[in-house]
Design a protein. Structure first.
Length: 91
């Protein structure tokens, strides 16, 4: 498994945890995983990835700063799925 694939898969998992924790009302835990997702995003910005993934990475911080927790959770789950699909396709 490549370093890039591991980072993308980890980002997808962090975003899924953000979504699940906001939906269950664990805002503090969700915020912690948001921070972890942003760290992964910063790692991936240093790696050469295709434009599709780069665009998702560039919009991620804005998405995680939304005030409406319901929309944030929905968007985090969507991003998680997109990153997960991308990682699976890398094989």
């Amino acid at each position: 498994m490549t370093e890039t694939k591991i980072a993308i898969s980890s980002l997808a998992l962090d975003l899924k945890r953000v979504a699940v924790n906001y939906w269950s009302g664990s805002d503090q835990t969700a915020q912690r995983f948001s921070q972890e997702a942003l760290k992964r995003q910063a790692e991936l910005k240093l790696i050469k990835v295709n434009p599709y993934l780069r665009e998702l990475l560039n919009t991620l911080p804005e998405t995680l700063e939304q005030k409406d927790k319901k929309h944030l959770a929905e968007d985090a789950l969507m991003y998680s799925t997109l990153f997960q699909n991308y990682a699976v396709k890398m094989d």
